[in-house]
Design a binder for this molecule. Sequence first.
Ligand code: 13P
Length: 252
Amino acid sequence: MRKKIVAGNWKMNKNLQEGIELAKELNEALAADKPNCDVVICTPFIHLAKVSDIIDHSVIGLGAENCADKAKGAFTGEVSAEMVKSTGAEYVILGHSERREYYNETPEILKEKVLLALENGLKVIFCIGESLEQREANQQNEVVKAELEGSVFNLSAEDFQKIVIAYEPIWAIGTGKTATSDQAEEIHAYIRSVIEQKYGKEVADNTSILYGGSCKASNAPELFAKPDIDGGLIGGASLKCADFKGIIDAWK
Ligand code: 13P
């Protein structure tokens, strides 16, 4: 059976001390009240090594928000997948719409990043999702299919099983405007059908597909109740322990 996952994406928030505080608080909260799902926090690079020492990795997985598209060498300012792995992290988010849009990450670049992440033993949370314009033109299915084909459908079935998909409609990210649970379920089911066409039913059934975009404790239970929604990738509401824990508890 596929995993239920609640993952936080801190984005460019929290200095090191604040990040450590939040990780400690979450670690304590989940030690006191064990989650019914996998929990992952994805932090800025500089937090990873310290946060890795703080958290109980059997309860909280750790991830980066990005990694380089090159293995090593003269790429000033970049952080490789191998470096991420060496901090104790187990995951990396790739393909986030903010990276695609603001840092010009193309499907080809993302394909390289995915391969390097997997080579280095990281699991990938691969983000896909349409813009408002694309949704209004009813192109969402084509968009998510092309994003999968462009960067992860080159993988073997074995490697594809190390990928978690996060469907994040761009119009719902940080806007307070969530996809309705029916809208989200419809496209999650479509995404699963596309995976099934490519890799077969067993792989599709085992792939976790997370919803992201203004997910919070108040709407998580309704979203997570849908058969093809296997959890969430949470931005703003992952920055406060109580808010994030509220979403984790939606699985109870
Ligand atoms: P928000 O939860 O802040 O809308 O962000 C979603 C997101 O982009 C997670 O990666």
